[in-house]
Design a protein around this ligand. Sequence first.
Ligand code: NAD
Length: 248
Amino acid sequence: MVLLKDKKALITGGSTGIGAAIAIGFARHGADVAITFVGEKEDAAELSAQISSLEREFISIEADVTDYSVAGKVVSSVVEGFKGLDILVCNAGINIDSAVWKMEENEWDSVIDVNLKGCFNYIRAVSPIFKNQKSGKIITISSINGLRGKFGLSNYSASKAGIIGLTKSVAKEMGRYDVNVNSVAPGFIETAMTAKLSSEIREGAIKESALGRLGKPEDVANLVLFLASDEAKYITGQVIQVDGGQLI
Ligand code: NAD
């Protein structure tokens, strides 16, 4: 079953990890995909080759999600390139972990800016379009650590809890225009973000998990794909965990 035939999607932070898995999953299901990223040009080029081999259109734009005016320009150029936009996935995110008594102001600001303001910037840019066309899917990537506290993650947890509040409010605002807005809250997923964490943290996550293992980017991408499809048209304002039972 093809879930996103000829849909047009924009994924922030789509060059690696979870974002790249979402991009490939969407293209396999018939969507044209645009991504934003910072830094890794080679990853974006590799993804471009993979998506082209699936015979779907691909746009990649190096753009920092924290820049409000750039977000508007990115959305306009994707709409122009694809002749429309149906799906936004706010995925770009970073972590700079530190106990609160050691956290520098810039460590707090950067994480809140990329993770939370980045979501606002892109939701703000697509919302008039989705409102006018009376359709659209917005999926934010939060975290189970936005649903609980965790040592060393005050900035990250605050940003992800903020994303959950943003998601629910926008779901209320956009529901009357037939726009679905949901959040996916992953547990510990094996990506570049978690590769830098200690083996102690890794083992702790495996122990917490009911399934006794860590997640893969595709585990998250599969749920995002479902939420982006019309199979999920009566689901909105939800936060759904993909965590192997880490937070139950
Ligand atoms: P990753 O480091 O592989 O990917 C992060 C992506 O964000 C990259 O494409 C990077 O280019 C992009 N990015 C970073 N800063 C950016 C900026 N300022 N502007 C634009 N793009 C930017 O990490 P990942 O694990 O795939 O993380 C993806 C999302 O999933 C993040 O929001 C992260 O918080 C969330 N998440 C990850 C896990 C996990 O265990 N890996 C768990 C819960 C939530």
